[in-house]
Design a protein around this ligand. Structure first.
Ligand SMILES: Nc1nc2c(ncn2[C@@H]2O[C@H](COP(=O)(O)OP(=O)(O)OP(=O)(O)O)[C@@H](O)[C@H]2O)c(=O)[nH]1
Ligand SMILES: [Mg+2]
Ligand SMILES: [Zn+2]
Length: 338
């Protein structure tokens, strides 16, 4: 068990115990006949949530409309009372209106799903990568719709932008097809994705798929779990965009271990509470470049106008695409109060 997992397990135990000791019946209003059960929130329907109890039973519990509970939350249930336990991780994003959303709780890994059609908005992948890393969640990339000819170019672009070269990220990339399985090329990516979920039986992963509406998140979950029939929507032929078919996140257990959360598609992945040093540390590829080439002159270098900056030197030497540095500087400008 790694230090992180051991810390998590410890946090789970102490948090659960502290509630039992101090909150289960603080005013003597508890229902002595109701048993305390632990569970995971597997679906949220506004005023009710589905809790999968430790016994495997799924129970619907009423909640306030803005209860703040999200899929992936660990909870304790006594009758109709729900108590949320502390989260290990929390994936947050800001929408175009400036509101913060928790996408899911207690994720270990995050699958960022893209497709050639519909294309994801510029910056989506970077923001998702940064948000995941800042939340201590390991990101991986899923390029769906491998059957479409345009996917080849997308795969090359993704590799060039995020993976290849000295500033490249050491993260898994799966090129998959959710809807066809008639050639080995189309099935191999999905096999690799299945193994990625299944190869840690002792420490099963909890993953969520995020991505723009229409990239095929629900289709992929349906393919990985054939007994599921999550609704799937077509692409609007006029706008080329998805139709926001999935409206609520749902958590599903994978047959060989691990769990997968399908989420509604969204276009805005605004960064939440990311400081300049965090952006400098988490921007895709920067920490790898610094590890490779040595640190900047200043510990708190923002990789902007500072002298003797490793990142700028990498750009000058052709080891980092100028477009990537430019994208970083755009995000930096967003974080600074104007
Ligand atoms: N050609 C092709 N089409 C796919 C593939 N995967 C999904 N699609 C199609 O893409 C469309 C959108 O699929 P969904 O699974 O609903 O997409 P989603 O990402 O869940 O969309 P939201 O729920 O709106 O966020 C549907 O018409 C699917 O049939 C694929 O691998 N290849
Ligand atoms: Mg969907
Ligand atoms: Zn620097």
């Amino acid at each position: 068990m790694t230090a992180r997992q051991s810390k998590r397990r410890h946090a789970r135990t102490t948090e659960a115990q502290s509630w039992r000791a101090t909150e289960i019946d603080p005013q003597g209003q508890g229902t002595p006949s109701s048993e305390l059960e632990t569970g995971i929130l597997v679906a949220h329907y506004g005023v009710a949530v589905d809790i999968r109890l430790a016994s495997g039973e799924v129970r619907s519990v009423k909640v306030r409309r803005r209860s703040g509970h999200v899929v992936g939350d660990r909870v304790e249930v006594v009758g109709e009372r729900l108590h949320r336990l502390a989260r290990d991780t929390e994936l947050r994003r800001r929408d175009a209106m400036g509101r913060t959303h928790v996408v899911a709780a207690n994720l270990d890994v995050l699958g960022i799903v893209v497709a050639a059609v519909p294309a994801s908005p510029s910056g989506f992948v970077d923001r998702a990568l940064i948000s995941a890393r800042a939340a201590n969640i390991e990101p991986f990339l899923v390029i769906n719709k491998a059957d479409l000819p345009a996917t080849q170019e997308l795969v090359a672009r993704v590799r060039e932008t995020w993976i290849d070269g000295p500033g490249g990220l050491d993260i898994p990339v799966f090129v998959v097809c959710a809807t066809r399985s008639d050639t080995p090329e189309l099935t191999s990516g999905l096999q690799a994705l299945r193994s990625f979920f299944a190869n840690r039986p002792a420490q099963p992963r909890r993953a969520a798929f995020v991505g723009t509406s229409g990239v095929g998140k629900s289709s992929l979950v349906n393919t990985l779990l054939p007994e599921l029939a999550l609704p799937v929507g077509d692409i609007n032929s006029y706008s080329g965009l998805g139709r926001h078919t999935t409206t609520t996140a749902t958590l599903h257990s994978l047959p060989d271990g691990g769990e997968l959360i399908d989420t509604p598609g969204f276009r805005d992945f605004g960064l939440v509470d990311i400081s300049v040093p965090q952006l400098a540390a988490f921007f895709p590829g920067f920490s790898e470049l610094i590890e490779h080439r040595g640190p900047c002159r200043f510990n708190d270098c923002r990789h902007d106008a500072e002298p003797d900056c490793t990142i700028k030197a990498a750009v000058a030497e052709g080891r980092l695409a100028p477009a990537r540095w430019q994208r970083y500087r755009e995000l930096l400008a967003e974080l600074r109060p104007s």
